[in-house]
Design a binder for this molecule. Structure first.
Ligand SMILES: C[S@@+](CC[C@H](N)C(=O)[O-])C[C@H]1O[C@@H](n2cnc3c(N)ncnc32)[C@H](O)[C@@H]1O
Length: 619
């Protein structure tokens, strides 16, 4: 439940139909709901400090949470940003997956190395995990987008700029939203990112698509904004006329014989078509593995064009952390926000390797309760006792449970992949009472409504009690209670050795064995699928995990400063997908030896498994 609500805009205009203009053009359903949400304000939640990397004098932030709750936090703290880049999910109907790599087990390294010679490394070691879904219908998406853009606008300084990265799915619709939110006068340009090197395969598209659009606005053109013209090298130098300004007029320069003077121009001003290579898996210079990762070169242009050193750059859908990483390299301050645990871990590790300083925060807005919404939704039927599909029900209902006295009881479950349905508020309850329940068969006596977050249980109960349009009983249930037990912690066996002659520290925590039920379950599912899809040409080769299980570890960290609370990574080891160690952010060509060392006595050990679950043990 939120602590309080923060207004979106400084002076909300009472009674103004927020989506008025847009409505006139599209009249899409649900536009009234977003007006109510905007009047209520942005929910502000508690914030937990997870870790500070370095002294962080510039106040850089890596925030796990939803865009709107992150904006509420920033606004409450009076933090204003100078430049925003966002690359939100596109409503493309895609489920994004992350490749998970089994690491090299130091205890059975030889066996693995041999198998690598026989098999393609990716096939041997990688399986996929669904990360987050991108599955809205257009109307819901636009409502959600509107709310997010309003929240973002509320934390932009008067002279700030915003770049919204989209594609053909919704780009043209969102342009209209942006016109309404920022004003047509503040529209600057569409940038077309031309990713010329994308493999099209045997596409049936009339013209294969090779562009994304990036819509560029400023908060208030009148107040001024930062912009620097950029240049790039020409593919081929061209001959150009030399000219000068004489008495305010442009004039060609001539030589003594009256001939125009020319020169070879090797640079050109960057226009709004940006030809930048798409990241390919073969590209080893930028970390890949995040499904929708954008190239640093793209962000470099945006950040160089629309900010100065020291300015604050924010990305509220940060993904792999490209905006934060480039901002840091260019001497800008940064805020990275994302709902995904994998994004936070990828960004944290990326920034650490770059030597950046920052604080990791987690907003207690509910997203931390389900580390992987796609998988949780897949499992939801098995988590709620008695819940079964019921063909006669509308898709609004997840299914039904059967009660000997009351018969069929329809069950509503918020879609964890669609963050707009996470909060149970008066708007959703109004829809349940006035649309969903009247559509049910008249024999239904009761419904169950699960929520992941609720504005106020008292307010919702009062709202239900005051509305006498239905006799159907409505039971509210907290989905968190169901999800709490879903993730089983990992198990590790380790011992500490004191060493006098160790280069990397006096204390060595030696990991003897590691078990992660969740990862093993995933591998099991992968093996079953692979067995079914096997062919004579591509026979079934299961992923097998050793008894010690050390190949399931991606990252280890020792806290030698505090036995509880915020994490201090006094020593850390990351094992990259090829088995090489990144020690305290420094890449090496060493294989992991099964230990982590520290100079000071370790108090806590943190281990992250290859799917991203982290478990902490007292040492
Ligand atoms: C297209 S990806 C961004 C990729 C990023 N630009 C990069 O280069 O890696 C969209 C991201 O938005 C995140 N996301 C989805 N809904 C969100 C929300 N409500 N608030 C914050 N992040 C969200 C997803 O977890 C995902 O990482």
């Amino acid at each position: 439940m939120p602590i309080k609500y923060i207004p979106f805009i400084p002076e909300p205009v009472e009674g103004q139909a927020v989506l008025g203009n847009f409505n006139r053009i599209l009249k899409y359903k649900g536009a009234d709901d977003v007006s109510m949400v905007l009047q209520r304000g942005m929910p502000l939640y508690e914030m937990e400090k997870q870790e500070t990397v370095g002294g962080n004098p510039d106040g850089n932030l890596v925030i796990r949470g939803e865009c709107v709750s992150a904006c509420a936090y920033l606004k409450d703290r009076g933090i204003q940003v100078d430049l925003v880049y966002i690359d939100p999910p596109f409503a493309s109907g895609a489920d994004y997956a992350k490749k998970v790599y089994i690491r090299r087990n130091p205890k059975v390294a030889e066996a693995i190395a041999q198998a690598e010679q026989e098999l393609d490394i990716d096939e041997l070691k990688a399986f996929e995990e669904k990360m987050y879904g991108d599955v809205w219908d257009k109307e819901k998406y636009l409502n959600w987008m509107y709310e997010n853009l309003m929240a973002i606008k509320s934390v932009m300084s008067e002279t700030a700029s915003i770049y919204v990265h989209l594609d053909f799915h919704v780009g043209h619709y969102v342009k209209i939203l942006l016109d309404e939110i920022f004003g047509e006068d503040n529209y600057q340009n569409d940038i077309y990112w031309y990713y010329y090197n994308k493999l099209h395969g045997a596409t049936k598209q009339v013209f294969p698509r090779a562009t994304d659009m990036i819509l560029y606005y400023v908060k208030n053109r009148e107040a001024g904004f930062t912009f620097h013209h950029l240049t790039e090298e020409r593919e081929k130098p061209i001959k150009k006329l030399k000219y000068s300004f004489v008495n305010g007029h442009i004039q060609n320069d001539k030589d003594e014989s009256g001939k125009s003077i020319t020169y070879l121009s090797t640079e050109r001003q960057i226009d709004n078509v940006w030809k930048i290579s798409m990241l390919q898996p073969a590209d080893k210079t930028e970390p890949t593995g995040y499904a929708t990762q954008k190239p640093e070169a793209l962000l470099e242009r945006i950040i160089k064009a629309s900010s100065n050193e020291g300015m604050l750059v924010a990305d509220f859908f940060g993904g792999s952390g490209v905006t934060a990483a480039v901002s840091s390299k260019l001497g800008r301050r940064f805020i990275h926000c994302d709902i995904g645990l994998n994004s936070i871990q990828t960004t944290r590790d990326r920034l650490k390797t770059d030597g950046a300083q920052f604080q990791v925060l987690e907003i207690k807005d509910g997203v931390q309760l389900y580390r992987n919404p796609v998988q949780t939704m897949d499992k939801i039927k098995s988590l709620i006792p008695g819940l079964k599909n019921e063909d006669s029900l509308d898709s609004f209902w997840e299914g039904a449970v059967t009660d000997s006295r009351l018969g069929t009881i329809p069950v509503y479950v918020p879609n964890l992949m669609d963050s707009s349905s996470k909060l149970l508020d008066v708007v959703t309850m109004n829809r349940i009472i006035h649309q969903a329940i009247p559509d049910l068969d008249s024999s239904i006596k009761k419904v169950i409504v699960y929520y992941i977050d609720i504005t106020s249980e008292e307010e919702i109960r009062k709202f239900i009690a005051q509305d006498d349009s239905t006799d159907v009983e409505i039971e509210l249930r907290d989905l968190k209670a169901v999800l709490d037990g879903v993730v089983i912690g990992d198990w590790a066996e380790f011992h500490v050795e004191e060493r006098t002659d160790d280069l990397f520290g006096r204390y060595a925590v030696v990991v003897d064995a590691f078990v992660s039920d969740r990862v093993l379950q995933k591998i099991d599912e992968f093996n079953q699928k692979a067995r079914m899809n096997a062919t004579a040409k591509k026979p079934f080769k299961p992923i097998e995990i050793s008894d010690t299980g050390l190949e399931l570890i991606e990252y280890l960290s020792l806290d030698c400063t505090a036995g509880q609370g915020e994490w201090h990574s006094d020593s850390e080891i990351k094992i990259d997908k090829n088995g090489f160690v990144i020690r305290n952010g420094e890449k090496t060509k060493e294989f992991w030896d099964g230990t982590i060392r520290s100079e000071k006595k370790p108090l806590r050990l943190k281990i992250r498994n290859i799917c991203g679950d982290e478990t902490v043990w007292e040492v």
